[in-house]
Design a protein around this ligand. Structure first.
Ligand code: ADP
Ligand code: ZN
Ligand code: ZN
Length: 752
């Protein structure tokens, strides 16, 4: 019996050693309650059992075991460790995101801890008593009851018929699913004819028969290629296929194969609200086998899901957002990452700052499974991995069925303005096409990237703009309620009646967001029904669903929106897509700006005419000669990749280098400045010219703290383990220096 346990607590601390009380049979991966610090109770995960007594005087004991079976498999523990070491954080920080909140109660007293503890919902199940499993006995009993107690007779028949109908059902069935009275059931139980037990709710599966779509010859070739590459030992493959080519159909085939072998499948999707349609589509094929896992679920539901999966014997299919890589799928054989290029797979705050796509690749390797990365416009990193043969690869180059690619028009905003062909934020070409589309009874989507150009207020007299008192940014104007809001810290204030600087009353909204576009388009086409989809209009999941349902049912004609409208929708009636301002996508000060702009515009364009005879796309830009705009218009992904890779190589960015960004924060700008200079100097002794900075980030003050950054670029071939080791030791030295103790250091590996 091991006497000590290293236990991971949900803290930014290393594992801590506790004593295992005499007679407590605890296993690695199990959750336990422990007391840590003066008097705080935490949930911990038993990481390692051993007999080495730690050299501190008072060793506390484990209080008790929390769930009977381990919450983590060995593969999952390896994944947590990999994340902690790769993303430079503690395993405890991984625990914070990996387990649902209810599974890690903590409290200042034992009572507080227990109060928070999760208790599974139970319900009553009944089954026939064993002796009635025999046909003859069953029929004799029925005959006896039929006349004397018809209700009991009916109840018995109902329970016996709950199975496949051929034989007498011996499985248990939830009492609430029966028509029989509870009183009648109690009588049967008293007579010993049925057995009733109260236990945790189990999930009933639908039938195992999946109705799979017939693949086109083209799709079949891609599926066969993937199968072959997986069989030949490639653990990761890229499925590159234009929008509407049937990537999802191929996922479905691979998923069905895996499930029928008894393997678990994880399908990762960027953001769940946006992929409601995908879940529905999966449910149409896999029925109740589909388990959705996302942030909109209640804490209880997530916990139930986690526990159920931790006891499952395989054949599970989870569709979920990035945190689902932490679910306890013990028989994981396939991970599909849809839209693998999507930035939302990366968690930016708080630690662990992990990329779920990259973790999926590691996870599948740990479980001996396979990873399929799907995209119309793969990230350059993934594309390079496929090009060098590190990943397998298959392609789909044509849309399914009669659907053609949309015709793309590039519309010059400056030229339109010179010719007097610009009204509000629309060029005449776009307005003409909107008019024609509405006349044909078809639908329009208008895309405005709000992030790059938020509406703000400005004094028409002196140029004063409203700024956040805590952050170095302008406040964003929200028309509904006439409020000014800081998108970094949430600070909110009213629009001033008078300019605080010059006292003139003319404070006016500037810039244009989706709200403005919605207002303008409604004024130009008063008979059209216009709706808006963005973070402000979507106040809840039901609001989101209502907007989508209205558009899908053609109760609205024009949908104005941000990134939200670009993902995962398949609206048959949309034949025109307008991109209002491509320039603010391109003019981002980020080395990925061109790649992202291309991906986003292709995705938006893909919404046009998905089913019908090819739709139309109008891109408004002040820079029609921009190569990225031309590549989008031509659908030239390879051209974009070649051009961007040349840039990345010349300036030494991913995939040619691995980046780690360091952001330092402190209230006093001088301390911060001196601190970051000291850190930069010490890092340069180790990494030389691979250290860039210090630099001032675009927003250099948030919530009253000043920010400064350093960037570390390590060549792709070099040992990243060695680099992490050196970086960690320098960071440790830095944070132990009393002069810099109060400076917060945030490390982001592979920043997006
Ligand atoms: P992608 O995921 O590449 O965007 P989808 O798998 O969503 O493409 O396919 C686009 C549309 O074409 C969907 O409505 C899908 O149902 C249909 N489709 C694609 N392949 C087939 C097929 N083999 N049989 C029937 N419908 C198909
Ligand atoms: Zn602020
Ligand atoms: Zn003023």
């Amino acid at each position: 019996m091991p006497r000590y346990a290293d236990i991971v607590l949900p803290l930014a601390q290393p594992a801590y050693t506790f004593a295992v009380p005499e007679g407590m049979a605890v296993r690695e991966g199990q959750a336990v309650a422990v007391q840590f610090g003066p008097r705080k109770f935490y949930t911990g995960i038993v990481w390692r059992l051993h007999d080495r007594r730690p050299d501190f005087p008072r060793i506390k004991s484990i209080q008790r075991i929390l769930y009977d079976s381990p919450l983590l498999s060995a593969a999952q523990r390896s994944l947590w460790e990999w994340i902690a070491s790769y993303y430079l954080c503690s395993v405890g920080e991984v625990m914070r995101v990996a387990l649902p909140r209810l599974m890690k109660p903590s409290g200042d007293t034992e009572e507080e801890f227990s109060e928070e503890e999760f208790r599974p919902r139970t319900e009553c199940y009944v089954s026939l008593a064993r002796e009635l499993w025999d046909e003859t006995t069953f029929h004799e009993t029925c005959e006896r009851l039929e006349r004397r107690a018809p209700k009991q007779y009916e109840a018995l028949l109902e329970i016996a018929a709950a199975g496949d109908g051929e034989r007498i059902a011996t499985d248990e069935i939830a009492r609430r699913l029966l028509r029989a009275d509870y009183g009648v059931l109690r009588t049967l139980e008293r007579k010993g004819l049925i057995v009733a037990t109260e236990h945790e709710r189990t999930v009933e599966y639908g039938g195992p028969a999946f109705r799979l779509p017939e693949l086109t010859p083209h799709q079949r070739r891609a599926l066969d290629a993937l199968r072959e590459q997986f069989a030949a030992g490639k653990s990761t493959a890229l499925l590159q296929g234009i929008t509407g080519s049937g990537k999802t159909e191929i996922y479905i085939h691979l998923i069905a194969e895996t499930l029928s072998r008894g393997g678990d499948v994880l399908l990762l999707v960027p953001e769940i609200a946006l992929t409601a349609q995908l879940i529905e589509r999966m449910e149409r094929i896999f029925g109740s086998r589909v388990t959705a896992y996302h942030s909109k679920l209640t804490n209880r539901r997530r916990t139930e899901t986690y526990l159920r999966l931790s006891r499952s014997s395989g054949g599970e299919f989870v569709v979920g957002v990035r945190s689902s890589i932490f679910l306890p799928l013990k028989h994981l054989q396939l991970v599909v990452v849809d839209e693998e290029h999507d930035a939302s797979y990366k968690q930016t705050d708080p630690a662990p700052r992990y990329n779920a796509r990259d973790c999926a690749v590691v996870l599948a390797r740990l479980t001996g499974g396979r990873t399929l990365l799907g995209s119309a416009t793969p990230s350059l990193e993934t594309w390079s991995n496929a090009a060098t043969g590190k990943y397998g690869r298959a392609e789909l180059t044509e849309r399914y069925g009669a659907a053609r690619l949309p015709a793309v028009y590039v519309s010059d905003t400056l030229r339109a303005a010179r010719r007097g062909e610009r009204h509000a934020h629309f060029n005449k070409l776009l307005l003409d096409k909107i008019g024609e589309t509405l006349d044909r009874g078809e639908q329009v989507m208008l895309f405005q990237n709000r992030r790059g150009f938020s509406p703000y207020v400005e004094c028409a007299e002196c140029g004063w703009t409203a700024r956040c008192p805590n952050c170095n940014v302008t406040l964003t104007y929200h028309k509904s309620g006439r409020k000014l809001v800081c998108h970094y810290c949430g600070h909110t204030e009213d629009v001033p009646a008078k300019c605080p600087s010059c006292r003139v009353t003319d404070v006016v909204p500037m810039g244009f967001g989706t709200e403005k576009i919605e207002e303008e388009i409604a004024a130009i086409f008063p008979e059209a029904r216009v709706a808006r989809l963005d973070r402000d209009s979507v106040t809840s999941e039901s609001a989101f669903n209502a907007i989508i349902a209205d558009f899908a049912a053609h109760r609205t004609d024009i949908l104005v929106g941000t990134q939200m409208i670009t993902k995962g929708f398949d609206f048959a009636g949309v034949s025109l897509v307008g991109i209002l301002n491509a320039d603010n996508l391109l003019n981002n000060p980020d080395f990925r700006a061109a790649e992202r702009a291309f991906q986003l515009m292709m995705q938006v364009a893909g919404r046009a005419g998905r089913r019908d005879d090819g739709g139309e796309v109008v891109i408004q830009t002040g820079d029609p000669g921009n190569p990225v705009i031309r590549q989008v218009a031509a659908g030239d992904y390879e051209g974009m990749v070649r051009m961007q890779l040349a840039d990345r190589q010349a300036f030494f960015y991913p995939p040619y280098a691995r980046l780690t960004s360091l952001t330092l924060r402190h209230r006093d700008p001088t301390t911060l400045r001196n601190g970051i200079l000291a850190l930069a100097t010490s890092l340069r002794t180790r990494f030389g010219r691979r250290v860039l900075g210090p630099m001032t980030p675009p927003v250099d003050r948030i919530r009253g703290e000043y920010l400064a950054g350093l960037l570390l670029k390590i060549e792709s071939g070099a040992s990243s383990a060695r680099a992490r080791e050196l970086l960690l030791s320098e960071l440790k030295r830095f944070s132990e220096n009393p002069a810099w103790k109060a400076i917060t250091v945030v490390v982001d590996v592979d920043p997006q």
